[in-house]
Design a protein. Structure first.
Length: 162
């Protein structure tokens, strides 16, 4: 059964949060696929992962690189699980269908509180998950870290001090 996690960001940068989560998955020797909403974000994220932490290289490939089938992390804008990833990350308006979610042990959706359209699409996805009896958790960023929230529809707010 797939676990679905929603990471509701209020202040942190999506790429930085994603990096931390990718490292945790990489440390377990599991593979990941990152689905982004636009092709240019593939290259932005690739560049970020190359430069964010000079003391630790997080091995990854773009979908158009060679040997993606053996890569521990693939970045793509069109979902394909060519590396047989256990964990999928969905950021910046990337999408996964319910059938694709079911192919992974865990799927993490990271989204910014300021993106009203994304909040709406996340609420729709939550309803679809409920209908398919797929459990999910909502983690909201707070000044001390993360808090698990009751799984209700997300509040559309521009208040970053929640």
């Amino acid at each position: 059964m797939s676990e679905v996690y929603f990471y509701h960001l209020f202040k942190q940068n999506t790429f930085e949060v994603l990096y931390k989560l990718l490292v945790k998955v990489y440390d377990t020797k599991k593979k990941s696929v990152v689905v982004v909403g636009k092709k240019d974000l593939i290259y932005d994220l690739d560049s970020f992962l190359w430069t964010f932490n000079p003391s630790f290289f997080l091995p990854h490939n773009r979908f158009d690189d060679n040997n993606v089938d053996i890569s521990p992390i693939i970045i793509t804008d069109q979902y394909k699980n060519v590396n047989k990833a256990s964990v999928a990350f969905v950021i910046e308006k990337g999408e996964l269908e319910i059938s694709q979610i079911k192919l992974h042990e865990r799927v993490c959706f990271l989204f910014d509180n300021e993106d009203v359209d994304r909040l709406t699409s996340i609420n729709k996805l939550k309803e679809d998950l409920r209908l398919k009896h797929i459990n999910f958790k909502h983690w909201a960023e707070n000044p001390k870290g993360w808090t698990e929230k009751e799984c209700t529809n997300f509040v559309t707010s521009t208040n970053k001090n929640i």
